[in-house]
Design a protein around this ligand. Structure first.
Ligand SMILES: *Cc1c(COP(=O)(O)O)cnc(C)c1O
Length: 375
């Protein structure tokens, strides 16, 4: 059994994907170009956002967005403690200070209460200027953007939505990657919309950000890439990856529906023996991960071992909060309280999740888990 079965997807759509890759090989255009332009239009349309700018990966997308927002030395950027390293990593890279915010116990996304406390603390106890909230759509579920927007308005902060795990998720009909002043996603193969290498995209409704982002992605170009008006990056998407993504985008909705059916099955079989994911009433997750909560670290270990014995992969996303990563040891603040992250990271476990998981596989996985829990 695979944790995220990319091969099954490829085999199902092999002819279409192979043809689209071969078509690119025959054009002689391998970076950006017509495929990338077409993809950007289709992604913007899908997300319901005016501009989409593709780039080399989801981490670049975040870093370039912070640069476009003019974030730098002396600025505080708020980021949930429980997320993939990238969400926080890009903040010191642009010279700003990350402030780690605890998560909501039910959704695992940034806690609006903790966010408010962290901002107040930064204002009263540091010399930093609060600038940006990085809101992560963790495991595919949109963050609480109603709450986050309220806080952003109150304190005059920008929202950077990290939708790397969330492309295709939504709140009512508003799609993930439409909630930030700038939003980003990743096309790393295992993400909800993945290519066959690295890739990323940035979304915004602002014409000014659009111009700035396009410049930053291509060596700070002005009129063209040999007219350089600012320091930028080489962060572009390959034409082959764009062609693959355009094919995969055609069946993304179908796959997301299958994931939602699988999530419902998991929950039905598991809710009596372990903690199951909580999805907000108006929200739909893109199900990058299906993550359960065990009683304690010991029970998690037992469940992982039982699964492994059956040849079932499981992963710990995430083993510790960002504030516990040694890379961030110089960014600890006295008022920081990430006790919910500390608790969740001891007990969480992510299970195989993708559109091609069969009901009988879910039955075996859940049966193994419930038996291991009951001992
Ligand atoms: C994967 C991921 C990223 C980074 O994307 P890459 O394309 O791997 O650089 C950023 N944030 C989150 C939450 C992610 O899961």
């Amino acid at each position: 059994m695979e944790f995220r079965d990319l091969k099954k997807q490829y085999i199902k759509y092999k002819e279409k994907i192979d043809n689209s890759i071969n078509a690119v090989l025959n054009t002689g255009c391998y970076i950006q170009g017509k495929q990338v332009d077409g993809l950007e239009e289709e992604l913007a349309d899908f997300a319901g956002v005016k501009h989409c700018i593709t780039c080399a990966n989801g981490t670049d997308a975040l870093q370039i967005s912070l640069m476009a927002m003019g974030v730098g030395y002396g600025d505080a950027v708020f980021v949930p403690d429980f997320t993939f390293f990238s969400s926080g990593e890009v903040i010191p890279v642009v010279g700003a200070t990350p402030v780690f915010v605890d998560i909501d116990r039910k959704t695992f996304n940034i806690s609006v209460d903790s966010l408010k406390k962290a901002i107040e603390n930064v204002i009263h106890n540091t010399n930093l200027i609060p600038r940006v909230i990085v809101a992560v759509d963790l495991f595919g579920q949109p963050a609480d953007y109603t709450g986050i927007k309220g806080i952003a308005d109150k304190y005059d902060l920008l929202i950077l939505e990290d939708g790397a795990q969330g492309f295709g998720g939504k709140i009512n009909d508003a799609m993930n990657c439409s909630f930030g002043n700038i939003s980003t996603t990743s096309f790393f193969p295992a993400k909800p919309l993945g290519c066959y290498g690295d890739g990323g995209a940035i979304f915004t409704n602002s014409d000014e950000y659009n111009d700035m982002l396009r410049s930053l992605c291509v060596h700070g170009k002005g009129m063209d890439k040999y007219d350089n008006v600012r320091i930028g990056f080489n962060s572009r998407l390959d034409s082959i990856q764009a062609a693959v993504l355009r094919q995969k985008l055609l069946f993304l909705n179908e796959e997301l529906m299958a994931c939602n059916i699988n999530a419902r099955l998991y929950t039905e079989y598991l809710e009596h023996c372990v903690g199951v994911p909580f999805v907000m009433k108006e929200a739909t997750s893109a199900w990058a991960q299906y993550t359960i909560l065990l009683k304690d670290a010991g029970e998690r270990k037992r469940v992982m071992e039982a699964l492994e014995q059956q040849g079932i992969p499981s992963m710990i996303y995430y083993r510790k909060g960002l504030h516990k990563q040694s890379a961030f040891k110089d960014y600890q603040l006295d008022f920081q309280d990430c006790s919910v992250t500390d608790d969740v990271s001891e007990r969480c476990l992510s299970l195989p999740m993708h559109a091609y998981l069969e009901e009988w596989e879910i039955a075996i996985i859940t049966d193994t888990i419930c038996k291991a829990v009951k001992g």
